[in-house]
Design a protein around this ligand. Structure first.
Ligand code: A2P
Length: 329
């Protein structure tokens, strides 16, 4: 199994290498790729150094799988070139997610739709993945009519530049800014860029990707995405209105039996999900599960997950594992 990791020096790329190693993905040849300025440098994988190669050199090797996390522009340009030589690309950028000919995969929900002709597979946005992992079983049983989500997102989702900005601000040092404002002691209600309709791209990803993954365009979704000075993961306040009636205990049982979900919910012991505990873990943590008394068949929950792991690297590696298990690569 020849595996290229494109964007191997980046925030997600580094976690990708870590997750591949931890899960012992059967790699026979690791091909780390980054921008031209990094070619010749090394990255570490399982305590060994691997030399970063250029995109052209990586394509020439014809890897079996290429996991991309190097920005949308890079994916748009290079994913088809890998696909042409027979590589299956798992792309972590937003480049292909809403393309009708590409599948948007969260393995627990829709990996069964994959076939060997899917040569570019899209990995959803981090804030969408953690939300749908918890929502999918509830939607199946009670049918979500409308959902309102507000996010409290980690700066790691922006990349290394944002982590540096926060560090500089802690230390009162000057440096490059990833955001138009300080992030230390702040909350910025603008993740990614604004669209003409007044929503940010991140908010629209939550709307469109949720409908695509749950395969139901009738779910009404509205989102507000906020960046906060946190590193361990994204948190989300989710309000759901179901078409069907539910019992709170059944919701808990259902979530308890859902792969990839851990419930942390006990007001008596101040137990609820938080990024400091989600960091470094693969699960989606759900808590503050309570009935919304303002409206029929409605529910509130709080969902937290490490955006670099289940929100990006782990989900991508799980897709790769599925492809391998089903002999689709
Ligand atoms: P490099 O380190 O050489 O800039 P992040 O989102 O954390 O900033 O990481 C982005 C990742 O994408 C880095 O590994 C970066 O490499 C890589 N990258 C950026 N542009 C390109 C490109 N044109 N070709 C290949 N990799 C790229």
């Amino acid at each position: 199994m020849r595996v290229a990791v494109v964007g191997a020096t980046g925030m997600v790329g580094q976690v990708m290498l870590q997750v591949l190693a931890e899960r012992n993905f059967p790699i026979t040849e690791l091909i780390p790729v980054a921008s031209e300025r990094s070619v010749g440098k090394t990255v570490s994988y399982k305590q060994k150094d691997y030399t970063i190669v250029s995109m052209a050199d990586a394509i020439a090797i014809q890897p079996d799988i290429a996991i991309f996390s190097a920005g949308g522009g890079t994916s748009l340009e290079y994913a088809p070139l890998f696909a042409e030589v027979g590589t299956t690309v798992i792309d972590n950028s937003s480049a292909w997610r809403m393309d009708r000919t590409k599948k948007l995969i969260v393995p627990e929900i829709n990996a069964h739709t994959l076939t060997s002709s899917d040569k570019i597979i899209a990995n959803p946005n981090c804030s969408t993945i953690q939300m749908v992992v918890a929502l999918a079983p509830l939607h199946k049983k009670y049918h979500i009519k409308r959902l309102v989500v507000s996010t409290y997102q980690s700066i790691t989702g922006t990349g290394v530049k944002a982590v540096r900005q926060l560090k500089n601000e802690y230390e009162n040092a000057k440096g490059e800014m990833a955001y138009p404002y300080p992030i230390h002691r702040n909350a910025i209600p603008a993740c990614d860029v604004f669209e003409e309709n007044g929503y940010t791209k991140e908010e629209l990803k939550l709307v469109r990707e949720t409908q695509k993954i749950l395969d139901d365009r009738s779910i009404a979704v509205t989102a507000t995405a906020v960046r906060i000075p946190v590193v361990g993961g994204h948190s989300e306040s989710v309000n759901l209105e179901f078409r069907n009636e539910y019992e709170l205990n059944d919701i808990r049982t259902l979530l308890n039996n859902t792969a990839g979900v851990t419930i942390q919910d006990n007001p008596d012991t101040n137990t609820y999900p938080m990024p400091i505990y989600a960091e470094g873990k693969d699960d989606v943590f759900v808590g503050r599960i309570r009935r919304d008394h303002s409206q029929e068949n409605s529910l509130n929950m709080w969902i937290v997950s490490d955006n670099l792991r289940k929100g990006a690297a782990t989900n991508a590696v799980q897709i790769a594992e599925y492809l391998l298990e089903k002999e689709l690569v």
